[in-house]
Ligand binder design. Structure first.
Ligand SMILES: *[C@@H]1O[C@H](CO)[C@@H](O)[C@H](O)[C@H]1NC(C)=O
Ligand SMILES: *[C@@H]1O[C@H](CO)[C@@H](O)[C@H](O)[C@H]1NC(C)=O
Length: 365
């Protein structure tokens, strides 16, 4: 084949792809259309800091985000305990499903009955599937989040009655995102788990915990469960700094561990769905879309994908990212807000991809 011809074809394809991506990014909300007869009365979230709506504000842990510059672009610079500059994926999904603009944390004392009816978050930053992870970070274990959910269901009974409670549980979306902290601030940081487990056996251990969690959630009446896959954890700015060598490349063993976990969880969910009755849970892959942004930042309009906007961006997270630290001049050019968590702009892109790819299936469950 003529090389020039091939190369210009390639060029044209690249431009088309760039335009398409831009279109998706800018008109992202149009990409997902709610099926006509589907109703989603509420949104619930379980897991770690990606979905934490401020629960850690109310427990004695150092892992918090209720001070500036967190929330820098949220309702006129309001730090609420969300681990990003503005909205979390929980808020964004609730917004797109037209449930509400902001999803509160379950244990917020200001919460009202009307907030409870349309969904709350039980997620606690830095928790994990391995109970040791939540223990180290002094945050709420996954199993305790389920206990809180049981308590929530009793309250909902009192507010709307049994029949409406069943209806809400059956039709609402249940988001679960956890596992990153098990790898990044437990397995690869401390030797305790590495003595006993190699990466594949630790991944299997985590998957067995995830599977139990999903079965329990299903037992409470949840039917539309979306389990968010692990991201490429080796490309988080912290992992690059700690294990990416002098050039701060993505830590390969971290990413490998995340891929192994995702594969094992995917086949576990297949087997849960083939049970009689089926336990329906969908694994939403964020690994590939995030890696695509990291490898092609310009196509998405990002200038920095290897450091956070807060401080030097290499290590600052939670209390290390505080009002004394400078922030970047244009947060919209950054994939990461701090050394651990994406910016709202990144979350919007990923949420649009997930909703377009998975939510029609989920809503037909
Ligand atoms: C919506 O309608 C379609 C087609 O009529 C049907 O296949 C689907 O099961 C319905 N979904 C719900 C949630 O009722
Ligand atoms: C770091 O990057 C430089 C410049 O690209 C390269 O020459 C060097 O080999 C890299 N070092 C490592 C440890 O990968």
């Amino acid at each position: 084949m003529d090389f020039m011809f091939f190369s210009s074809r390639l060029h044209a394809t690249a431009i088309l792809f760039f335009l398409l991506v831009n279109l998706l990014v800018h008109f992202g909300e149009a990409a997902f259309e709610m099926p006509k007869n589907a109703t989603v009365p509420a949104l619930f979230a379980f897991g770690d800091s990606i979905l934490d709506q401020g629960i850690n504000n109310f427990i004695p842990t150092l892992i918090k985000a209720n001070f500036p510059p967190y929330g820098m672009n949220f309702l006129g610079a309001k730090a609420t305990g969300r681990f990003t500059n503005a909205k979390t994926p929980v808020d964004l999904i609730a917004e797109i499903l037209k449930i509400k603009e902001y999803v509160p944390a379950y244990i917020d004392p200001r919460i009202r009955d009307s907030d409870l009816i349309t969904g709350v978050s039980f997620a606690s930053g830095a928790t994990g599937l391995d109970p040791l992870t939540s223990h180290i970070n002094m945050v709420i274990p996954m199993m305790d989040q389920l206990q809180m959910f049981a308590n929530y269901i009793r309250k909902l009974h009192d507010i709307v009655g049994r029949e409406e409670t069943d209806n809400i549980l059956k039709n609402s979306i249940f988001l679960v995102a956890t596992g990153s902290d098990d790898l990044v601030d437990n397995y690869f940081l401390y030797p305790i788990r590495r003595i006993r487990y190699d990466i594949p056996s630790y991944a299997s251990y985590l998957v067995s915990k995830a599977s139990n969690f999903i079965k329990e959630l299903h037992g409470f009446g949840a039917r539309r469960i979306v389990f968010v896959s692990l991201p490429p954890v080796g490309c988080m700015p912290t992992s690059r700094t700690l294990s990416g060598g002098k050039n701060r490349t993505c830590a390969r063993n971290y990413n490998q561990a995340a891929k192994i976990f995702n594969m094992k969880l995917s086949s576990e969910l297949d087997s849960l769905r083939s049970k009689n009755p089926p336990v329906n849970a969908v694994l939403a892959d964020i690994y590939s879309p995030l890696l695509d942004i990291i490898e092609n930042p310009q196509s998405y309009g990002f200038e920095s994908v290897d450091r956070g906007c807060c401080g030097t961006g290499e290590i600052e997270v939670s209390w290390l990212c505080n009002a004394l630290e400078p922030t970047c001049s244009d947060v919209s050019k950054y994939l990461f807000w701090d050394s651990f968590h994406p910016t709202e702009r990144c979350y919007r892109i990923i949420v649009d991809v997930l909703m377009e790819r998975y939510f029609n299936d989920v809503l037909s469950l």
